[in-house]
Every structure is written in structure tokens, then in C-alpha cells.
Write a protein that binds this ligand. Structure first.
Ligand code: GDP
Ligand code: IMO
Ligand code: MG
Length: 430
């Protein structure tokens, strides 16, 4: 019996929320460990859709402890709004079932303001961030200018920290021709939410340790995906955190050995939101069809997602560099009805065949996918709940992917609904 870490193996939006929801039936604690409300995780339970950004996806089930770990950057306003929204859908959220790590870094009002201003300044070279201030908050954390949840309990110290932070950022704002921020205004704004936020504040690493000692299973919920990782992704078109499973240890406060089985959530094709290299992108009718069938619009920003064929080179690299033990293959139903399906098996870089994604941004933009074409399937995978219901040619597609990525498919997801999931290998018992 082990814990499980759920990680995106592509560019995010692989269906992590759905799979965390499915697996949370077995786990007592669900922990987010990086990212912030740039994430958008969708759950569909009994026909009701829940869109989560900061709240761990175990929150919709009764009797689970949801933890927002120290590695997450937390916008207090976004958190309180999300709690209200999810409550209004009939979900009970209170300090007994939600804990916010006291040492998590806060997103301050200056962060989204600068995120948006910097994106504008980048013009055509923009990253396509979510504009939520994620990158700026992580910058401040690493620069030791960050303000943490626990600081809300000490007003004088909070004021000092805000002044210190703004002495840096106001120079930037001024340089960009934007309005400077007043420390008093920011202080009043944060203090206005302080008590409400502090209700959820706790010693998260201890809660996880206690749960572990009691033999409870922990599910770590990643946000974004492997190729948005600040080290392993398509830098600089990435997010500002490590998204790999190893980050679950640092971002939750557990030892590396406690992470357990690493489940890479993997779409049966590929999507990306925002700018940056995307070797298998289809800017044609096939790409439009994938987007239409897969309802590929961002959960957080509503932006249209770019779509393309499955890239086995990318996913294999995520498996090797991220320590993924097995994958959950999602959205296979979106490929129902295609006569032919292409899979990228290698790249051509200036006439040379390579089997990995090079690090250089220039090379990433220049590589051309080398495809194998396989037959589509007649019949549907949509809504299938058992392996026996999967058309034989779709089974071949799954087996082919397993061979290319050198890892097993542990789960197969056939619709947005919680129940339309086929478990082939239980990650908690592998
Ligand atoms: P996440 O960020 O990885 O949690 O993924 P998102 O929730 O942003 O995007 C995945 C989208 O696909 C959501 O709308 C899900 O409801 C939906 N989804 C998840 N699994 C499946 C599946 O197997 N089939 C289909 N058709 N949709 C799915
Ligand atoms: P989930 O958890 C897809 C992308 C943004 C942009 C880049 C940097 O739902 O899979 P940021 O605001 O983080 O500084 O933006 O990362 N991005 C995501 N793309 N899914 C996500 O989260 C994402 N979170 C950030 O579009 O390209
Ligand atoms: Mg998403």
C-alpha cells in the first residue's frame, strides 16, 4: 500500500482533477503542493460540474482532509471566493476539512498587476500567463521578499513586510509607467481577510505526518504539467514552479520516499494553452475537430486550447525525467470517429532524427514531428466502464502508446464523468 502523486505529463489540463476525484475515494488526505489559482481542475459528479482552482479535488467528498501545502502560492481573495462558490454548490468546507499551510506564500495585489503589465510589455513574445500573479509571487518567495499565511497573525510585522515588498515593486511599477501601490492600502486589504484566512491556517506537514502514522493514504495533486515545469518544460514558456512529482515532497513537507506511486495524467492527444513550442500542433480542420470534440477551452481563463496529435516523445521524456510509474490515459473518447490517428514517435531536427525534446528554445521551435499513422476504431469508447467494452482497435492504440512511452496505462478515462473510468492497475496497491 502506498501514497499516490497525480502529475500532468504534458502541458496541463490532462484531466488531473477528474482522476484525483476518482482516486480520492481511497485516500483520506488530498494535498496540493505547487502552483496556485492558475490551475483549473474539473470534476463531474452525478451530472454536476465543479471547477476547482486552489481547493484540492478531494474536497467534494465527505470526510476527507484537503490540504493546500506550503509549495502553493495562495491568493487570499481567490481562495475565499472559491470556498464560497463551492459551498454554494452544496459542498461543506470548514476548517475541519480544509487546511492551509501556515508557511504557504501569499499572492499580493502587486503580483497580478505586474504579471499583466509585464505580459503587455512582452508584446508578441508574451508567455501567455494566466495573469494571476503566480510567477511574481514565486519570484518574491525565492528573493526572500515573500509574505506568508502566518504573517497575517502579526499585523506590525505584516506591515513591515508589505513596505519592504513594495519598496522593490513600486520602482518597477514606476518604470513601467503604472500606478504605484500604497503600503497602507495593501495592509488594509490583507487585514480585511486576515481572520477568515487564518481560520484555515495550520501546521500542514504535521497533519500529513499524523495521517501517515495512522496508516491513512495520502494523495498528492499536481497542477500544470511536466512541460510547464520551470526546469523540465519548454522554458521560458513555462510556469514558475516545479510541477514534477519530486516537488510534492518539498511542497507538502514530506520525505521523498513518502510520495509513493507517481501517476502521470496523459491526454490521448495533446493540448496547450498560452504561447510556446508545440511540435504536434494542428492548425487545421483536424485540430479544430479535436478542440470541438474535447471542449478544449481553459477552465481558468476560458482561452481556446491549441490541439494536436499525441506526442509519445514528450510523454516518454516526462516519464523518464519525472519518475512516472504509470499513466492514466484520458479523453480517449475524443478520438472516437477518426479514420486515422497519428502519433509522433520522433523528431526531425535539421535533418537528424532525435528521440527527445531538445532544451534550446530555438531547436524546440524548429523540430518537426515524425509520425506513425494508425487505423482509428469503429464503435465508441465514450462512457465505457470496462475494458471489455473498448473496441479492439482502440485497445491497440492503448497498447501502442504503452510501448512507445515505456510505461503501463493504469487507468483509462472515457468521459468527464467520475464513473466513466476503467481501473487496470490500482496505484495505491502497486
Ligand atoms: P486538469 O487541469 O488536468 O484537471 O484538466 P481540466 O479540468 O482543466 O481539463 C480537462 C477537461 O476534460 C475537463 O473539462 C474534464 O471534465 C474533461 N475530461 C476529463 N477526462 C475526460 C475524458 O476521459 N473524456 C472527456 N471527453 N473529457 C474528459
Ligand atoms: P492545470 O492545473 C494549462 C500555463 C499558462 C501559460 C504558462 C504560465 O489546470 O493543468 P502562469 O499563469 O502559470 O504564469 O502561466 O502556464 N498554465 C497552464 N496551462 N493548465 C494549467 O493548469 C496551467 N497553469 C498555467 O497558460 O502558458
Ligand atoms: Mg486545467
Amino acid at each position: 500500500m502506498s501514497n499516490v502523486a497525480v502529475i500532468g505529463s504534458q502541458w496541463g489540463d490532462e484531466g488531473k482533477g477528474k482522476i484525483v476525484d476518482v482516486l480520492s475515494s481511497q485516500a483520506e488526505v488530498v494535498v496540493r503542493f505547487q502552483g496556485g489559482h492558475n490551475a483549473g481542475h474539473t470534476l463531474v459528479v452525478d451530472g454536476v460540474t465543479y471547477k476547482l482552482h486552489l481547493l484540492p479535488s478531494g474536497v467534494v467528498r465527505q470526510g476527507k482532509l484537503s490540504i493546500i501545502g506550503n509549495g502553493v502560492v495562495v491568493d487570499p481573495k481567490a481562495l475565499l471566493t472559491e470556498i464560497e462558490n463551492i459551498r454554494s454548490q452544496g459542498i461543506d468546507i470548514n476548517p475541519d476539512n480544509l487546511m492551509l499551510a501556515e508557511n504557504a506564500t501569499l499572492i499580493m495585489p502587486v503580483h497580478p498587476a505586474l504579471d499583466i503589465a509585464m505580459e503587455e510589455a512582452r508584446g508578441a513574445k508574451k508567455i501567455g500567463t494566466t495573469g494571476r500573479g503566480i510567477g511574481l509571487a514565486y519570484e518574491d518567495k525565492v528573493a526572500r521578499r515573500g509574505i506568508r499565511v502566518c504573517d497575517l497573525a502579526h499585523p506590525e510585522y505584516l506591515k513591515e513586510r508589505i513596505e519592504n515588498m513594495l519598496s522593490y515593486h513600486n520602482a518597477l511599477l514606476k518604470g513601467m509607467g503604472a500606478d504605484e501601490m500604497k503600503a497602507d492600502d495593501v495592509y488594509d486589504y490583507m487585514m480585511g481577510m486576515g481572520d477568515e484566512i487564518l481560520k484555515y491556517s495550520g501546521v500542514a506537514w504535521k497533519a500529513i505526518d499524523d495521517a501517515s502514522k495512522a496508516g491513512k493514504k495520502i494523495l498528492f495533486e499536481g497542477a500544470q504539467g511536466h512541460f510547464l515545469d520551470v526546469d523540465h518544460g519548454t522554458y521560458p514558456f513555462v510556469t514558475s514552479s516545479n510541477t514534477v512529482a519530486a516537488q510534492a515532497a518539498a511542497g507538502a513537507g514530506v520525505g521523498a520516499k513518502k510520495i509513493g506511486y507517481v501517476l502521470g495524467i496523459t491526454k490521448a492527444y495533446t493540448t496547450r494553452v498560452g504561447s510556446g513550442p508545440f511540435p504536434t500542433e494542428l492548425e487545421d480542420e483536424t485540430g479544430e475537430t479535436l478542440g470541438r470534440n474535447g471542449h478544449e477551452f481553459g477552465t481558468s481563463t476560458g482561452r481556446k486550447r491549441r490541439c494536436g496529435w499525441f506526442d509519445a516523445v514528450l510523454v516518454r521524456q516526462a516519464i523518464k525525467t519525472g519518475g512516472i510509474d504509470g499513466i492514466a490515459l484520458t479523453k480517449i473518447d475524443v478520438l472516437d470517429g477518426f479514420d486515422e490517428i497519428k502519433v509522433c514517435v520522433a523528431y526531425d531536427l535539421n535533418g537528424e532524427r532525435i528521440d527527445y525534446l531538445p532544451a534550446s528554445t530555438i531547436d524546440q521551435a524548429n523540430i518537426k514531428p515524425i509520425y506513425e499513422t494508425i487505423k482509428g476504431w469503429s464503435g465508441k469508447t465514450l462512457g465505457a466502464r470496462s475494458w471489455a467494452d473498448i473496441p479492439a482497435d482502440a485497445v491497440k492504440y492503448v497498447r501502442y502508446i504503452e510501448e512507445l512511452i515505456e510505461a503501463p496505462v493504469a487507468l483509462l478515462s472515457t468521459s468527464p464523468d467520475r464513473d466513466d473510468t476503467i481501473l487496470m492497475q490500482d496505484p495505491f496497491n502497486s
